[in-house]
Structures are given as C-alpha cells and as structure tokens.
Design a protein around this ligand. Structure first.
Ligand SMILES: N[C@@H](CCC(=O)N[C@@H](CS)C(=O)NCC(=O)O)C(=O)O
Length: 216
C-alpha cells in the first residue's frame, strides 16, 4: 500500500487516523502547491484531483478520506474509529455527515474562494461572492454542534471517532486562516483542546505547516 499525500488538512486526517490506529503505511509526497495533484499521472489514479489517495498493492486507488477510513477500519478493526457494530457505525456516519455538510465543507470553500483564491482559481470554479456566506454557514454549524455536545467528551457520545478527526483537522486549519472558534462555543473549545492534546494531533501535523503558517 502507498499513501499519496501532502501538506493539508485532508491528508492530515489520514495521518491522524493512522497515528490513532498505530498503523504505518509507506507514503509518497505530492507537490500540492505546485498542482501535481491536478494533472496526470495523479489524475489517472484519482480523477477527483485531490489529496489524499491510497494506492493498494494491486494498483486499485481509493480516494476520499472517508472511503479510506472505511477501508482501513474494515481491514484493521481495532481500535474501531467508526464503530464495532452496525449501530455504532451508523451513529458515527450520521455525525460524520453532519460535521462535513454543516461545517467543514463550508469552511474549506469559504477559504478556497477568498484567502486561497490564487491557489484555487485555476483548479475549480471559485465563487468569491459566496465566501462570506459559507463562513457564516460554518459558524451556524459550529454553534449548533456546540449545544449538542454539552457534557460529551467526543462528538459521538463516549467514543473517539473519525467525526472528531474530521472536525479537528478542519477547525485547526480554519483557525490558521482566519476562521477561529466562535467565542460563544465553549463546549467546542473544550473539545478542541481535548482532541488537540491527543498525541495523534501533533504527530499528524505536516512539517511544512510552520513555514506556510497554516495548520495542515
Ligand atoms: N473530499 C476530499 C477532499 C480532499 C481535499 O480537499 N484535499 C485538498 C488538500 S487538504 C486538496 O487536494 N487541495 C488541492 C487541490 O484541490 O488542488 C477528501 O475527503 O479526501
């Protein structure tokens, strides 16, 4: 297996997942700033043109972080970061979708269409006028989640899961590009500090983060 990766919050999610599982997979670094991921031969492997991707020994390529998590969790069931039974897995998946749809995708596009536009304008359709609304939508999602996790250690009650990894990596990145945690989100701030104290949070941060002044 080979993990195709780079600096960035999405590849970081997989690095954090692997650290939590105690798994090691050989990796190949791509030049994300130079756009190596947007052209062949990478796009022959992952037509989505985004990083990360996992190349299996038979040449099959799995892209999309959640698909990579699902694959690795099935192959390496312990510790379960999605769930140990159908009910647990369903619970994690519902929170994962809520987190991505209400919060993280809006944060990422809010960034791509504003602070990140020079990098993204020739890679995808950018809607600069949508950025303020997307950032505000992400804040709505954070405030919604903040109330729901009162008294909880993690997003899914009583279990650390991929929902925590997905949100943590996005929020850490977002805070470094001007989308900090809203002051009224006290539960999320405590959750963010709790997840950030896990060894996997530090271990997953790419060495280029300090120089780029972005957490990825
Ligand atoms: N939905 C994808 C998103 C991956 C993604 O956005 N990757 C970013 C790095 S954080 C990327 O490739 N950015 C460069 C680009 O889009 O050209 C996933 O979950 O894997």
């Amino acid at each position: 297996m080979l993990l195709l990766e780079s600096f960035g919050p999405n590849p970081r999610k997989v690095r954090m997942y692997l650290a939590e599982k105690g798994l090691k997979i050989p990796n190949k670094e791509l030049d994300i700033l130079g756009g190596e991921n947007r052209k062949a031969p990478y796009t022959d492997k992952n037509p989505g043109g985004q990083i990360p991707a996992l190349e299996l020994d038979d040449g099959k390529v799995i892209a999309e972080t959640v698909a990579i998590f699902e694959y690795l969790d099935e192959k390496n069931p312990s510790p379960a970061l999605i769930g140990s039974n159908a009910e647990e897995r369903a619970d994690t998946r519902q929170w994962q979708r809520r987190v991505e749809q209400r919060i993280t995708e809006n944060m990422y596009n809010g960034f791509r269409f504003a602070e990140g536009i020079e990098l993204f304008k020739n890679r995808m359709r950018c809607l600069p006028e949508a950025s303020p609304g997307l950032k505000a939508t992400a804040i709505d999602g954070l405030q919604w989640l903040d109330k729901l996790i009162a008294g909880r250690e993690y997003i899914v009650p009583n279990r650390f899961t991929i929902a925590d990894i997905i949100l943590y990596c996005a929020m850490d990145f977002a805070a470094s590009v001007g989308q900090g945690i809203p002051a009224d989100c006290k539960n999320l701030k405590a959750w963010f500090d709790r997840v950030g104290a896990r060894p996997s949070a530090k271990a997953s941060l790419h060495a280029a983060s300090a120089q780029l002044k972005m957490q990825g």
